[in-house]
Design a protein around this ligand. Structure first.
Ligand SMILES: Cc1cc2nc3c(=O)[nH]c(=O)nc-3n(C[C@H](O)[C@H](O)[C@H](O)COP(=O)(O)OP(=O)(O)OC[C@H]3O[C@@H](n4cnc5c(N)ncnc54)[C@H](O)[C@@H]3O)c2cc1C
Length: 267
């Protein structure tokens, strides 16, 4: 990038399993195994939303777009996870997904200015634990690199905290009633597994950097993240998106690009 060709990134794929909330209580804290040279190993952990997550494995691949889950990966994860919980079954498994770690050969984060573009700072190979390290990386970059290279002023209107979105299911009945009186859309539950209302979906679409596709709504509201994985509410979310954005229903995608959902009328 920017003519700096010295980096060699290997996509290191990791697959995860997500278990339904009915599996909550299987573990009360993160159960780690011994790390290997490839990563932290297969863990079993409760999620902040009350599910249980199992994974990841770690396989170096060539295709940097390949986020497919595989039969072999599933077997590997279950076999390794059963070293922690011998009775672990698949009955409450609701979905599987994969991500790619940006692994680089030196096995460390690389933070340095481009050799070709003086105003470009590279942050290369920010693989695990890049998420946990992100606040520290940002601070380090600001203090060690940007401050010596440029005048960096904090935005005068910077808000370190955002207003939390309405979570209908977390409100008491009185607050729910007041909300529905103010806007009937909060009285229409769209995602029954996660109890997400039409009002919350509209809020997610209307927010700054609002949702524009089904996965965008899912990430912001958790509609479609429950047991049925959007089997029931998916079509309703498509309808709400199309109506709110004022676009044809067949232009709504799952996650942008070619991920179309509806193509033509069948009757
Ligand atoms: C299986 C797995 C397990 C992991 N486990 C952990 C863990 O336990 N702990 C931990 O701390 N970290 C973990 N990580 C690593 C963590 O996810 C990454 O370190 C972190 O997400 C890196 O952040 P980033 O901002 O550099 O990149 P990303 O999070 O990848 O963000 C880059 C963003 O840029 C967008 N983008 C790409 N190209 C373009 C473009 N041309 N235009 C506009 N946008 C673009 C992408 O869509 C993406 O949203 C794990 C990663 C994987 C894959």
């Amino acid at each position: 990038m920017f003519g700096d060709t010295q980096y060699h990134i290997v996509p290191r794929k990791g697959e995860y399993f997500l278990f339904d909330k009915t599996a909550a209580g299987m573990v009360n804290h993160v159960v780690f195994q011994c790390p290997t040279i490839m990563g932290k190993g297969v863990l079993i952990a409760p999620t902040v939303h009350g599910n249980v997550i199992v994974g990841p494995n770690a396989i170096d691949i060539e295709d940097k777009e390949n986020c497919a889950t595989t039969y072999e990966g599933a077997n590997e994860i279950m076999e390794k996870a059963r070293r922690s919980i011998i009775t672990l079954g698949t009955r409450d498994l609701i979905t599987a997904f994969a991500g790619l770690r940006a692994h680089n050969e030196c096995d460390d984060f690389i933070i340095e200015f481009s050799q070709n573009e003086k105003n470009v700072l590279h942050l290369v190979g920010i693989e695990s634990p890049g998420l946990s390290a992100a606040p520290a990386i940002a601070k380090h970059v600001r203090e060690q690199y940007l401050s010596t290279h440029a005048t960096v002023n904090e935005k005068s209107d910077f808000k370190p905290e955002r207003t939390p979105p309405i979570r209908f299911k977390e409100l008491d009945n009185e607050a729910r009633r007041a909300l529905i009186d103010a806007d009937k859309a909060y009285g229409r539950v769209v995602c029954r597994c996660e109890t997400i209302t039409e009002g919350e979906i509209l809020d997610a679409i209307r927010a700054p950097a609002g949702a524009r596709d089904v996965d965008g709504v899912k990430r912001r509201t958790s509609a479609g993240m429950g047991r049925c994985q959007g089997g029931f509410c998916g079509s309703k979310v498509v309808e709400i998106l199309a109506k709110e954005l004022g676009v044809p229903i067949n232009s709504i995608t799952k996650f942008g690009g070619n991920s179309g959902i509806l193509f033509e009328k069948t009757k």
